[in-house]
Design a protein around this ligand. Structure first.
Ligand code: NDP
Ligand code: A1CAB
Length: 273
């Protein structure tokens, strides 16, 4: 299967499929014209076809047309979809499930006639739309090295993708799958603070977002411990320590640790629903 001609299908044309498809198109790895989609909601199909994506009449047609099939429905629907497309799956096609909490075992067992279907689990995040995804991948038992490489190459075209053991995907969901939502809250709150202190909203939001991006780049590119980088900003008796003291009074670290843990636990629960 040559990468440039890889046909990618999205079963479920929701928020995450839109971000992935947009990311693949922007990175140039797969043009929208080589992507396929299904969804029960016509406005979503209209949106995807406006990008150049090919809408299919059902999930079986999509599976026939695609080399890589993303299961991008809500977690409770994943096994039913696998069962539905079973007949069209072959060992040359790869299924990539992005559904939180749905195990490889559940997905592989849903194949109706016990075929050996290559299934990969990926936990992406929405910044793949802008080439800044933080994702992790775990491979199923029928996946060849070549297929795993293709899945990794697709995901790495839209950002960072690491390979992990499947049991770690709940933790990945807590940190990076759900993580953008926490940081949007941080940006919004910092922007509110700026507005409280007199900045226009647009200026405040721009400065807050750029500050988050700059701090993240420092951690990623300098390799310095975040605690050291925080100390470098914090002048004795200065402004930053006054702010850091307020954040500690509000339990900022505890809140973030608990947030990651709550999302990871919810992901584990989803595997049983
Ligand atoms: N959003 C995110 O940031 C992330 C999401 N994920 C995972 O991605 C998956 C999708 O999430 P998200 O995009 O946010 O969800 P959305 O609800 O936005 O998208 C799912 C879409 O799939 C449609 N759908 C439902 N059943 C079928 C079916 N049988 N065939 C085809 N389409 C169907 C839904 O239609 P309808 O609404 O009518 O049911 C909906 O439009 C989830 O499993 C989630 O855990 C993973 C990482 C990040
Ligand atoms: O909220 C959710 O369940 C999905 C999974 C990770 C991000 N969004």
């Amino acid at each position: 299967m040559s990468d440039s001609n890889t046909k990618v299908g999205f079963i479920g044309s929701g928020m995450m499929a839109e971000a992935l498809g947009g990311g693949f198109s922007n990175s140039g790895i797969v043009p929208w014209e080589n992507m396929y989609c299904t969804d029960p909601w016509q406005p979503r199909l209209d949106l995807f076809t406006s990008f150049g994506c090919n809408a299919c009449k059902d999930n079986r047609e999509l599976t026939r047309n695609s080399d890589v099939i993303f299961i991008a429905v809500k977690p409770y629907a994943a096994a039913t979809v696998m069962k539905e497309i079973s007949k069209e799956l072959t060992e040359d096609k790869i299924v990539i499930s992005i559904c939180a909490g749905v195990t490889l075992e559940t997905l592989e067992n849903a194949i109706s006639d016990g075929k050996s279907v290559p299934v990969v689990r990926v936990m992406p995040n929405t910044p793949c739309l802008v080439g800044a995804c933080a994702a992790a991948l775990a491979r199923g038992k029928f996946v060849t090295d070549e297929q795993a490489d293709l899945a990794l190459k697709l995901m790495q075209s839209v950002g960072v993708c690491v390979v992990v053991q499947e049991k770690l995907l709940d933790a990945v969901t807590g940190v990076s799958g759900s993580g953008p939502a926490y940081i949007y809250q941080v940006i919004e709150a910092m922007s509110d603070g700026g507005v409280l202190c007199g900045l226009p909203r647009d200026v405040s939001t721009k400065l807050a977002a750029q500050t988050v991006m700059g701090a993240a780049k420092m951690v990623l590119e300098k390799g310095t411990h975040p605690g050291q980088l925080k100390d470098n900003v914090t002048s004795p008796g200065g402004t930053t320590i006054a702010a850091v003291h307020e954040l500690e009074k509000g339990g900022v670290r505890n809140s973030f640790i608990n947030a990651v843990k709550a999302a990871a636990e919810r992901s584990k629960e989803l595997s049983k629903e």
